[in-house]
Design a protein around this ligand. Structure first.
Ligand code: MN
Length: 131
């Protein structure tokens, strides 16, 4: 399996631990940041294959982080998946409007999480490949 690097932007240590564990189990490399500015800095420095983005973050929320990531030319085509416990009507649309390619709701389902990420990543990559 191709080794992909995921940038995880998540302020909750338990969620960081769980997501890292699940992804590493499936052969991914995970680099984590606990807030938006640190995540943006990391994303600029190494261009991850995928970004997992918590929405409820200190100082800068995930919508603002996604918008900032989308202004970086080298990150234009990197899939961003929002991972959030906000299950409010309109959040999905707000995440997509901010530049995310998909949306996963917490609590994280360990049995389906990685498959769901891979499904969203593949559909985002296909879209980006279209002329
Ligand atoms: Mn959070």
């Amino acid at each position: 399996m191709l080794k992909r690097t995921v940038l995880l932007i998540e302020d909750n240590p338990q969620n960081r631990y769980l997501v890292t564990f699940l992804l590493e189990q499936h052969g991914y490399t995970v680099v984590a940041a606990s807030d938006g500015p640190a995540g943006i800095e990391l994303a600029r420095s190494f261009s991850p294959d995928l970004i997992l983005l918590d929405i409820q973050l200190p100082s800068m929320d995930g919508y603002a982080v996604a918008q900032a990531l989308r202004t970086v030319p080298s990150l234009e085509c990197v899939p961003i998946i929002a991972v959030t416990s906000y299950a409010m009507v309109g959040d999905r649309e707000k995440a997509m409007a901010s530049g995310c390619n998909g949306y996963i709701e917490k609590p994280i389902d360990p049995d389906n999480f990685v498959a769901e990420i891979e499904r969203i990543r593949q559909s985002a990559v296909k879209k980006a490949d279209r002329p």
